[in-house]
Design a protein around this ligand. Sequence first.
Ligand code: PLP
Length: 394
Amino acid sequence: MPKAQLQYLTDELNNLREQKLYQKLRILQTEQLPVSTFDGREVINLSSNNYLGLTTHPRLRQRAIEATEKYGVGSGAVRTIAGTMSIHMELEEKIATFKHVEASVVFQSGFTANAGTVSAILGKEDVIISDALNHASIIDGCRLSRAEIKVFPHKDMTACEDVLKSLENHKGHKLLITDGVFSMDGDIAPLPQLVELAEKYGCIMMIDDAHSSGVLGRNGRGTVDHFQLHGRVDIQVGTLSKAIGALGGYVCATRDTIDFLYHRARPFLFSTSHPPSVAASCIAAFEVLDEEPQLIEKLWSNTRFFKAGLQKLGFDTGMSETPITPVMVGDAALAHEFSRQLFQNGVFAMGIGFPTVPKGKARIRTIVTATHTEDELKKALDIMSAVARQLSII
Ligand SMILES: *Cc1c(COP(=O)(O)O)cnc(C)c1O
């Protein structure tokens, strides 16, 4: 039965269809692998955040099974009531030691870590200074906090300082916040300059290292380690859902900041904690980062190989400096068509348009992993070249 009160949603979808922006979910029918089957078709997978192949690492799998057998499948409560298990505490200690910080708290996802933290530590009297390309979870956290939000153009340090100068007499707290690696462009934040500005103008400095954890810094310790800024970034967020291979997010900070989040971060207080299997897999993942640094080396050699290949073919890879490499197309309908034809020919690279990226900056986004072979990447380049020529993209 059509419902009149919901007709506007159907109209919106029809609009998307007309603009060729309607997208069906791709269904993964195998494990998350460098070559996987989606929608019945075997494709070279350039769309996963499984940077190090840990989603299927034998040690993570084994620990998940052991934890399930020992502790069951769920935690049964939120952390602040009865849902804090010893394995959750073990994971938080593991992360704090790995990141060389006093303490950490684990959230259900990177999204809730960002949104829950920003909204907990700031209020109406405060102000947030935020990079224009920061992740949606930061933006939502900023909005939930009800603080004033000042956005500076992407990585524009002069503009950022101008904003900070204009706030010199501001009475409330100031938060300077950035992604470590920007998720749609693959470029790295100018963290040394940001840290200096934060110190000069008395801001809390916060970084979201979702795409840098397991990728940048010694053994994947992230952007702070990459730039050797230990002790100078107040709050570091990371995800357990990308390179770490499982699910979750975490915040690293001083013991008191973490204690404060235990008392005030709403996803921590009002949403059930991780199943023990997830916590166990994450602990194993940090062991793997310490013991198998060759995975990160392979990730970067694959990244260099693939990026050089794309550039040699004449693709515009934008600002990328990391394994996230966009191939700029411009028009959103063309980006989606490029992605669709690539898929038909055996390469899965997602088309990305407005509102995820600004209008006119549509692209397909590629992510190589440590587990791709050079042969697979070569084959992907050949297919991309042929399809792009057909569509006059190169
Ligand atoms: C993916 C991502 C998140 C969210 O992490 P999840 O664990 O998937 O919720 C947060 N910030 C950035 C920059 C991301 O790319």
